[in-house]
Each structure stands twice: as C-alpha cells, then as structure tokens.
Design a protein around this ligand. Structure first.
Ligand code: ZN
Length: 234
C-alpha cells in the first residue's frame, strides 16, 4: 500500500496568524493587504508595502533617508501630490531614539513646506520610545517651523500610527498631526472613552481608529478636505 504523505509546504510560503492561529498562505496574505482573512488581524507592513498600499503605483519619487527601514518621498494620492514618510515597524523600533526619528523625518518636512505638499507620516507605535532621552529642543523648533509653514498654507499634517507596541501602544515621540489616525483591526480598537460615562480614552490624542482597508480612502478624504474643501462639500 502506498504511503500517504502530507504535502510538504516550504517554510516562508505559509505562516500562522498570532490571533486566530489559522494557517495562512503568504501569497494569500499579500493579496489581502497583510490582513488575516479569518480574524482581520493586521500583520505589519514594510515601509515599501505601506507606500504601495497608499499611493498611486508609478508616482513615487524617493528622497534619501538616513533611517534604516524608513522611506521618504513624494507621490500622488488620488492625483494630489503628497509628501509621505513611512517607517518600517520591524526595523529597529526598540533601538532608535526620538532625536533619530525627528532628525530623519526633517528633510521630508522641508520638502513638504517648500514644495507645498500635504504631509503624511506613517510611524509605528512606540517607535524610539525605549531609548530614554529628553525630546531634543532644537529639532522640535525646526519641526514646528516647518509645520507652521504648512499650516500657513492650509496644508495638513496627517499622522498615521500603525502597529501599536505592547509597551507604549500608540504613543510616538512626534508633534501630533492636524489629524491623528490609529490603524487598528476592528477587534483591536482601544476604547475611545466617553466623557459622559466618565471613561478615559486609552489614547486621547488619537482622533480616530481606522482599519487598514479603509486607510487610503480616509486619507484621500482628509487631504481633499484640507486642500479643496469645496470639493468635499459639493
Ligand atoms: Zn487571524
């Protein structure tokens, strides 16, 4: 009688969902935006995958980045040129300091302010917060100069916080955006709190929690609202 063998699946082609423990094929997961099709668990996206998720395919023009795992550049979101910075959640989250993050993103703020582009930053929760240092005041002044220049031109700074860290959740060592979005799977949305019920919000600086599959549409809506409010109302 022939021996029945289980088919051998090479490692790397499949993985287990940490939430629902289902076995997922890597290719299927990629096709689904790295969201578990069974429980909606959001797997981390690399900076490159984040850009591909949000911006139009051929529009990306990179800027040099001093931070490993981070991608900075200009691309279009529904035809609107935006300055986008994406930081890889798996690269050096624990080892980087607040000043490294602020310093590495500053050239992108420069470009956004000079070229008059809305600014979108996608940063993983807790990034750089394991390194204890006072926030570098010189860098913060430089940041606020650029953010003020954007504000004067009615250009938004949208901060998307991805991949909450076990220790720091959605906290990041950055000035908060005009709108702060927390990316979360439906099951993982922290309590928003309600003043009427006296419940404090888990992360009061997060304006809204958005699932990954709706993030691009949400950013398009916000960028359009800030840069061309008539179009949204019309
Ligand atoms: Zn799952």
């Amino acid at each position: 009688m022939a021996e029945i063998s289980t088919p051998h699946i090479p490692e790397g082609l499949w993985l287990k969902c940490p939430d629902c423990k289902e076995t997922l094929f890597a290719r299927e997961l990629e096709r689904n935006g790295r969201i578990c099709p069974y429980c909606q668990h959001h797997f981390p996206l690399s900076a490159q995958e984040r850009i591909e998720l949000l911006l139009e395919g051929e529009s990306w023009r990179p800027l040099r980045s001093e931070l490993s795992g981070a991608r900075l550049g200009i691309g279009t979101l529904e035809g609107i040129a935006v300055a986008l910075g994406a930081v890889d959640p798996l690269a050096d989250r624990e080892r980087r300091s607040p000043s490294e993050l602020l310093g590495a993103l500053l050239p992108l703020l420069d470009r956004a302010a000079r070229a008059r582009h809305p600014l979108i930053l996608c940063v993983p929760g807790g990034y750089g917060l394991s390194v204890k240092e006072p926030l570098p005041s010189g860098l913060l002044v430089a940041w606020h100069e650029r953010l003020n220049a954007l504000g004067d031109r009615r250009l938004p700074y949208l901060l998307v916080i991805t991949d909450p860290s076990p220790e720091h959740g959605y906290r990041v060592p950055l000035p908060l955006g005009d709108v702060v979005i927390g990316e979360a799977a439906p099951e993982e949305v922290p309590p928003l709190g309600s003043p009427a019920e006296g419940k404090p919000a888990a992360f009061p600086f997060v304006d809204r929690f958005v699932i990954r599959s709706e993030l691009r549409a949400d950013l398009i809506h916000l960028v359009t609202f800030f840069t061309d409010p008539m179009r949204v109302h019309g």
